[in-house]
Ligand binder design. Structure first.
Ligand SMILES: *Cc1c(COP(=O)(O)O)cnc(C)c1O
Length: 521
């Protein structure tokens, strides 16, 4: 196995968080903790592995912790490991070698050091495993971190799980007691990764998850998420799978109601209790939902249909973030309350009511009803100007300078020769393009990226996999340097404005080929 020392030391320097999760080689997932010094760090790493790799085949690779290699210490490590079902264990260091009799895994191995491990193990045997690589700062485990990670291009979306939890708690603090929290994880959790965020939210006790399509819900179930899941746009072709995976449909018209209950009856033998459904009413968005004049017929149908039970009634706000439209929003809320009350009275049982999205939660606290549906806000972005400073950005998109060159006045840059140098210029080529989700409208000096916190304008037309930056006026820039597309100091809101769109589109446009790296303290 070839190993590049330069890259390795650079990765370690950049690493501020103890824990990272990312795609590994041969379809594996790599969880690494390179500051795993003592028993409490081992415990923390194992908890993370359990949270994220619930249904996966798990391998644990540990280094000797700091301190004397007493048998007692290794007995404790063996106890911690036992709280988690793992398939394979590897201990690295003289301490593990001396105390190997403490461990009783069928598939286990012990090595003096990292090099001996690499000489003797076939990495293909870790295919599709969830691999924990947890080593002390003296252990040289950054080498393992490098060997096990998938080698893709250097464009990365970093996602801070700590900041996501911070935002979750900010929203929790504005919820009234007993109001439940549904978090929307549709569109790959707004680009940040559905199963990773779903597992994290499950570990942090949210009440419900919301997805757009059945497939998204199925992925969550396969990854070990057991929370109730509401599907916003259930399609008839997905009903059967939804029932099998216990996903709850949003029903927004009678056609869907009839089709879903038909399907339920065909698999009725599997169910003792009525199946939970969510009724969507339209209160002004004019997208999906029953209209007020259709409610009587809906009630009639619901009364004669024992296979389902309304678990919630919901509506969606069209302009919750806009103070100039408060009257419209209040009108939607009033209409919603009227319809929901009627349904409750006529059906003779109670259900949860919910209408607020992120901006609604903080701006219309009196309309929290029984539950709220948190989306964009948990990902660190809100249209509510008072709340924004309290939130933390969870994702940062970063790439790398692959080449630097100087060009003379009169030369041009890129396709279409769109940038013409009026003087001698220094330019950098960066490995991110429109296929990574970098919108072409940001080219031709409309936007900049940050290099060592200095703005570098994007010049010429953005290419499919690359773009060029003007670094003439920047100091201390070299090939291999990190380039920030968005993050804490350059926000998705700023980019959205230049693109004449909304932050939602910027976040959800980061393409699937961009490697996601999850960070935790
Ligand atoms: C996406 C969505 C939300 C969340 O909206 P945000 O503005 O991101 O908070 C809530 N409810 C429904 C029905 C949605 O589709």
């Amino acid at each position: 196995m070839k190993f590049k020392a330069r890259q390795n030391s650079k990765l370690l320097d950049m690493r501020e968080n103890a824990m990272e999760m990312k795609s590994g080689i041969y379809g594996s997932t790599l969880v690494s903790n390179l500051k795993c010094e003592d028993l409490s760090d081992i415990r923390k790493s194992m908890n993370f592995l359990l949270q994220q790799g619930k249904n996966a085949r798990k391998t644990v690779i540990l280094s000797d912790p700091a301190g004397k290699p007493k048998p007692q210490l290794y007995e404790e490590i063996a106890n911690i490991l036992q709280q988690n079902i793992i398939e394979r264990f590897i201990g690295i260091g003289p301490g593990f070698c001396e105390n190997r009799e403490q461990f009783k895994y069928q598939n286990q191995a012990f090595y003096k050091n990292v090099s001996k491990f690499l000489e003797n193990e076939d990495l293909l045997s870790f295919e599709e495993h969830f691999i924990l690589v947890a080593g002390s700062s003296k252990s040289n485990f950054q080498k393992l971190d490098y060997v096990f990670q998938e080698k893709t291009h250097e464009t990365i979306l970093n996602i801070s799980l700590d900041n996501l939890i911070h935002n979750l708690n900010v929203y929790r603090s504005v919820l009234k007691p007993n109001v439940k929290l549904m978090v929307m994880v549709k569109a790959a959790a707004y680009g940040s990764g559905i199963t990773q965020i779903g597992n994290l939210l499950q570990a942090n006790d949210v009440d419900y998850l919301g997805v757009a399509y059945p497939d998204e819900g199925i992925n969550l179930r396969l990854a070990g998420v057991e929370l109730p899941i509401m599907v916003l746009s259930p399609e008839q072709s997905g009903y059967e799978a939804m029932i099998r995976f216990n996903l709850e449909p949003e029903i927004y018209n009678l056609r869907g109601f009839r089709a879903f209950t038909e399907k339920l009856k065909k698999s009725a033998s599997e169910f003792e209790n009525p199946y939970p459904i969510h009724i969507k009413v339209d209160t002004g968005m004019n997208r999906l939902g029953f209209e007020e004049h259709q409610i009587d017929e809906l009630i009639e149908q619901l009364r004669s249909e024992p296979s389902v039970r309304v678990t919630s009634v919901m509506s969606h706000l069209a302009v919750s973030e806009d103070p100039n439209e408060n009257d419209f929003t209040l009108g939607q809320i009033e209409k919603f309350e009227r319809i929901a009350q009627k349904l409750e009275k006529e059906l003779g049982y109670s259900f949860q009511k919910h209408i607020l999205n992120s901006s609604g939660i903080s701006r219309f606290p009196d309309a929290q009803f029984d539950m709220v549906r948190l989306g964009l806000g948990i990902y660190g972005v809100t249209g509510d100007k008072e709340l924004q400073p309290k939130l933390k950005h969870i994702s940062s998109l970063r790439s790398e300078i692959v080449q630097i060159r100087e060009i003379e006045a009169g030369e041009t840059v890129g396709y279409g020769r769109a940038e013409k140098a009026s003087k001698k210029m220094r330019i950098a080529t960066v490995s991110i393009g429109y296929a990574d989700g970098l919108d072409r409208r940001l080219g031709n000096r409309k936007a900049h990226m940050l290099i060592n916190n200095q703005p570098a304008p994007i010049i010429g037309n953005i290419c499919m996999d690359m773009c060029m930056l003007d670094i003439t006026d920047l100091t201390d820039v070299k090939e291999g340097d990190e380039v920030i597309v968005f993050g804490q100091n350059q926000t998705v809101q700023q980019l959205a404005k230049i693109m004449e769109t909304i932050p939602y589109e910027v976040l959800t446009s980061v393409s699937g080929r961009v490697k996601r790296v999850y960070l935790q303290e």
